[in-house]
Design a protein around this ligand. Structure first.
Ligand code: FDA
Length: 420
């Protein structure tokens, strides 16, 4: 019988977090095995940012993340910042640019970030098994034993970096959640986030003519701690609303609740229309079109009939304020989301209250770590999710390296093997 291969650390999942963690741990002198079940490495990085990978956001801070435990991400983000990752990108001579609101993209291609991560792994002499299936993970003595389709592996530490459920066709799986539950961890119910919202076809019909129109709006939903509010671009489509505004708000949206849009952010439409009534001889529709994109003004006036062609001084104050409110407090209830098939990320995940925010290590099972998107930390749109992947991977790799220099104290009782 072939004996088990032995490593200091096995990282499961060769995506953003797994590759980064493996590279750092390897460069710190640990023997690292990186396993992924997909044919191609880091497919999600490849398709990210429209093929140019929005690899970080200069402004990253804890406020840009959702979690049941919002303070959890603070420590890792503070110890590995966007500046650190930018320095690495520059060290690898990758050209980049800032697009919008602190979002940094590759000038050429996402492939540059994948190549960076692979070079970092190479520098750390990381062994990569891909494609490779992990069939079972169990505690064994002071570490773990894994059954894989390339044979058994022993490791002092296991890092779970298998991401969330978004885009199953490129390798997403619930492996990380199943493993967490196997070891007694709670998982915050995963749900699609940064995802297009869907709308009832009949209710949408009056707005279908606006397809293709894009404008900056304020979008909000929810109350209290769960409330979200963004000023972002909105895109009207044949079937509903899309664009960054909708993706952002989708992470905060709860089924059965409305979202509210202000289609004229920064304006006080009611006051300005009432003021215009005093001196403008324009028709209402034309007056509105001086404050909004003409197509939007037209669509909003369509149901008003004759009122639209009435001269401003003849329009009642009440009609002006009602019209203004319908544009600045446009409330609509999405029917649902387009699901994990279209979601950029998965909100929810391994409950952070059972993980160390310093090391990403399980408080239940010494030596077991969770990093990246599998954890209940979900970033806004704009490079925050990759920054979380880098920061959580860095915290974990540092901890693995540090632990390797400490005398072994804990003896972990062996648990029964469980198939995954
Ligand atoms: P990631 O998903 O990257 O990696 C997980 C890895 O685990 C995969 O390689 C998978 O094959 C592997 N795996 C899963 N199950 C396994 C199993 N059972 N056994 C072995 N391996 C397994 N973010 C951002 O900040 N900027 C951006 O521009 C974008 N753009 C973007 C576009 C699109 C279309 C999507 C879908 C997502 C984004 N994101 C993004 C989000 C970003 O891609 C995501 O948050 C990170 O890739 C998460 O990194 P992880 O390493 O945690 O998971």
């Amino acid at each position: 019988m072939q004996s088990a291969s032995s490593f200091d650390v096995v990282v499961i999942g060769a995506g953003a977090a797994g590759l980064f963690c493996a590279g750092i741990a390897g460069q710190r002198g640990l023997r690292v095995l990186l396993i992924d079940h997909a044919e191609k490495v880091a497919e999600k990085i490849r398709i990210s940012g429209g093929g140019r990978c929005n690899f970080t956001n200069r402004e990253t801070g804890p406020a840009h993340f959702l979690s049941e435990n919002p303070a959890f991400c603070r420590s890792a983000l503070a110890r590995y910042t966007p500046r650190d990752f930018i320095a690495l990108v520059q060290h690898h001579r990758i050209a980049w640019h800032e697009k919008h609101k602190g979002q940094l993209f590759c000038d050429e291609s996402s492939e540059d970030i994948i190549a960076l991560l692979l070079r970092e792994c190479e520098a750390g002499a990381v062994t990569r098994w891909q494609p490779c299936r992990v069939e079972a993970v169990q505690q064994a003595g002071r570490g773990f034993e894994l059954d894989t389709d390339r044979g058994a592996v022993r490791a002092g530490r296991v890092v779970v970096a298998t991401g969330g459920l978004s885009i199953p066709k490129i390798g997403a799986s619930d492996f990380g959640y199943r493993l967490a539950r196997q070891f007694g961890h709670r998982v915050v119910e995963p749900r699609p986030a940064l995802v297009p919202l869907s709308f009832d076809a009949a209710a949408w019909a009056p707005f279908a003519a606006l397809a293709g129109l894009s404008l900056e709006v304020t979008v909000s939903t929810g109350r209290g701690k769960g409330a979200g509010r963004f000023v972002e671009d909105l895109l009207f489509t044949h079937r509903g609303l899309s664009g960054p505004a909708v993706l952002q708000i989708s992470s905060y949206w709860q089924a059965g609740t409305p979202i509210e849009l202000d289609l004229a952010p920064g304006q006080n439409l009611a006051a300005s229309l009432l003021e215009a009534k005093m001196h403008s001889r324009r028709q209402l529709g034309n007056e509105l079109a001086t404050r909004l994109p003409a197509r939007l003004a037209e669509a909003w006036c369509a149901p008003l009939g004759d009122l639209t062609t009435r001269a401003m001084p003849e329009v009642r104050d009440k009609d002006l304020t009602t019209l203004a409110a319908s544009l600045q407090h446009w409330t609509l209830e999405p029917a649902g989301t387009e699901g994990f098939r279209k979601a950029e990320v998965t909100a929810g995940g391994v409950d952070t209250r059972e993980l160390s925010s310093q090391t990403m290590e399980s408080r239940r099972v010494p030596g077991l770590h969770f990093i990246g998107e599998v954890v209940d930390v979900t970033g806004w749109l704009g490079g925050y999710n990759f920054q979380w992947a880098w920061a959580s991977a860095h915290a974990c790799a540092q901890a693995c390296a540090k632990a390797a220099t400490m005398p072994d104290v804990a003896v972990v009782p062996a648990a029964h093997p469980q198939a995954l």
